[in-house]
Design a binder for this molecule. Structure first.
Ligand code: OOG
Ligand code: MG
Length: 267
């Protein structure tokens, strides 16, 4: 192992431990300004390898910064992606254990389920033909960096803040998803209101980008996988003891509860 590979492994371990112990860590870019985007994805890959060695299974990918609202909120202009494992999926209507997260936020998203694999450059038509289900989804992001502050390379190394997700009911891929109203309610109050069109003009474009970006790292989006298209609105801080609901105009709803921080929950 050369020095750079050694550093990649060490930083992956640092981020993995920060996630496991729900403790924030300083931004990598402050100590190691030499880390470029390619090494950041290698750190992400090494941190996922640690999860897989603990018997977690890869079940999909998530896209980030696919809407203007998210880019503006976080001050990052590039599309990013991260990886989803089975242990990140929460039961619909379940209880999120607030003790497992540093400073979680919630995002209204749309998920795709693939029936055939997608790799590299694919057209919009090919991407659409690979989907056999679409669902409303909530993503829980939790940056492992102090104050939820990061550079592009920091967030990529940190698996693009992936931490958990919840899927609503699967709908037919024939449903129109280009202009779904998306309302994020927290304890019955609408905190974010947006449209699925905010996701690259059409969430299916996010699937095209997911295949391309994952392909650049040699990864194929596999049949059976879930792809999260990215948030349609800015993220909201996730409060404890709360009921979270994403309501869509035509794809149904998805719910989640958050625990009392002293009592924990199921995930
Ligand atoms: C990075 C992840 C962004 C999205 O849906 O845009 C993301 C972050 O904001 O921490 O998941
Ligand atoms: Mg997201």
């Amino acid at each position: 192992m050369n020095n750079k590979q050694h550093q990649t492994q060490q930083l992956a371990e640092r981020l993995d431990k920060a996630a496991i112990t729900a403790t924030a860590t300083p931004q990598l870019s402050q100590d190691y300004p030499e880390i470029n985007l390619s090494q950041a994805y290698q750190i992400q890959q090494a941190s996922i390898a640690r999860r897989l060695s603990r018997k977690e299974k890869l079940v999909g990918v998530k896209m980030g910064f696919t809407s203007r609202a998210k880019m503006v909120q976080m001050g990052v202009e590039d599309l990013i992606w991260g990886q989803l494992t089975d242990s990140m999926q929460l039961v619909e209507g379940g209880m999120l254990n607030m003790q497992h997260y540093v400073h979680p936020r919630i995002e209204p998203e749309i998920a795709f389920r693939l029936k055939t694999s997608l790799k590299g450059k694919v057209s919009l038509t090919e991407a659409m033909a690979a989907v056999d289900g679409i669902a409303p989804a909530l993503e829980i992001i939790d940056s492992r960096y102090a104050n939820f502050k990061f550079s592009l390379t920091d967030v990529v190394a940190d698996n693009s803040s992936s931490s958990a997700f919840v899927l609503g009911p699967w709908c037919s891929p024939g449903e129109n998803i280009a202009n779904q109203a998306m309302i994020l309610n927290i304890n019955g109050r609408a905190k974010e209101v947006g449209s699925s069109s905010a996701i690259l003009g059409n969430p299916y474009r996010s699937l095209v980008e997911a295949a391309r970006l994952a392909g650049e790292s040699g990864l194929c989006l596999e049949a059976g996988w879930t792809v999260l298209a990215g948030a349609a609105t800015a993220a909201q801080a996730l409060p404890a003891n709360s009921h979270i609901q994403l309501k869509t105009s035509g794809l149904g709803d998805v719910h989640l509860y958050t625990s009392d921080p002293k009592q924990g929950g199921s995930a």
